[in-house]
Design a binder for this molecule. Structure first.
Ligand SMILES: Nc1ncnc2c1ncn2[C@@H]1O[C@H](COP(=O)(O)OP(=O)(O)OP(=O)(O)O)[C@@H](O)[C@H]1O
Length: 322
């Protein structure tokens, strides 16, 4: 794991690798309760090996709780969790060395120089890849002689990501890695993630509230809500579940917001835009039956589809302008 979670791996310990076909992450009825509140609610999840898996959800959906259990920092109330084929409750130093973890804090020992932190990491990880570290650190213009406290947030993110990838993990978990980064550092981070997944067989779990990042990176989209799995598929398949219908209405359509599948209704330039889950032409017919004059179907991007899904039930019909 990254510098914040140092663990010594004896060089002689054989590092088991995941048998082909086994998921990198598997949970069964995983529950984490705080009093009467469930941060995770009987979550059963199986994430296959390879590529980039995005986990999205509103604040409080349970993403960080899931990562804490997966990394062995917290025990679940009930259920089971496995990472790289190992029980999360009893991960050894060798198991941990197979996992990279970067979160938004990018916390490193502030008083040390970058090259001192890197030297420590190099000693800790038997599979350390120095060329890889340097290549990624260069991408972020990191000066190795600077102290950690002197680095910008973006440079610190770069050092953390470079160290996590230099450890050549089988699984890399990125929990909101771009939070607070400017557009240049954000782009450098996304490019590094894409490059590393193309160059190695590292599986990446990417968690973010930034839908444009998810759209760019994700091969698999996982939506959590109140600690439950709501959806898992290729992003395009999720977009296909959500359709956009634009209707000319002679009146304010109060009742149509209650039609089955409606996620969101917006009034834009006098037309009513309906984002609808799991309905096709039948929805247009329902609108026509409700008095719509003209109904057209439009395309929906991932960002709009996911946002409408996550905010469903919260949004009243709104006026909006383009
Ligand atoms: N230590 C705690 N004590 C009580 N409740 C907690 C604790 N940690 C988390 N929770 C609750 O568990 C739920 C899930 O929190 P979690 O931090 O896992 O969500 P998240 O999806 O990571 O949210 P965010 O996107 O805001 O980071 C929330 O309702 C939160 O209030």
């Amino acid at each position: 794991m990254s510098a914040t979670h140092l663990s010594v791996v004896p060089a002689a310990v054989p590092v088991p690798s995941l048998p082909a076909g086994e998921p990198v992450i598997e949970t069964e009825a995983l529950t984490l309760s705080y009093g009467r509140r469930n941060a995770l609610d009987a979550l059963s999840l199986s994430i296959p090996r390879g590529r980039i898996h995005a986990i999205v959800g509103a604040n409080g959906a349970g993403k960080s709780s899931l990562f804490r259990i997966l990394l062995g920092f917290q025990s679940p109330t009930s259920g089971r969790a496995r990472i790289l084929g190992r029980d999360c409750a009893s991960l050894s130093a060798g198991d941990r060395a197979r996992i990279g973890f970067v979160n938004e804090e990018h916390s490193l020992p502030a008083w040390l120089r970058v090259d001192e932190v890197v030297a420590m990491q190099r000693r800790l990880y038997p599979r350390w890849d120095e060329a890889r570290y340097r290549h990624i650190a260069e991408h972020f213009n990191v000066d190795a002689s600077q102290r950690i406290r002197e680095l910008s947030r973006g440079e610190r993110a770069g050092v953390n990501l470079a160290m996590a990838l230099a450890q050549r993990p089988e699984l890399l978990i990125l929990d909101e890695p771009t939070l607070g980064l400017d557009v240049v550092a954000r782009r450098a981070l996304l490019e590094t993630v894409l490059e590393s997944v193309d160059e190695s067989d590292c599986t990446i779990i990417y968690c973010s509230h930034q839908m444009e990042e998810i759209e760019r990176l994700a091969d698999n989209l996982i939506i959590l809500e109140r600690g439950r799995l709501m959806h898992m598929s290729a992003p395009d398949d999720f977009c296909r579940r959500v359709s956009l219908w634009v209707a000319e209405m002679p009146f304010t359509p109060g009742k149509t917001a209650d039609l089955p599948g409606v996620l969101q209704v917006q009034r834009i330039d006098g037309l009513f835009h309906y984002l609808v889950l799991d309905h096709g032409e039948d929805f247009a017919q329902r609108l026509e039956a409700a008095g719509a004059r003209r109904v057209l179907r439009g395309a929906v991007g991932l960002e709009r589809a996911v946002n409408a899904f996550l905010t469903r039930g919260h949004a009243a019909p709104t006026e909006a302008s383009r």
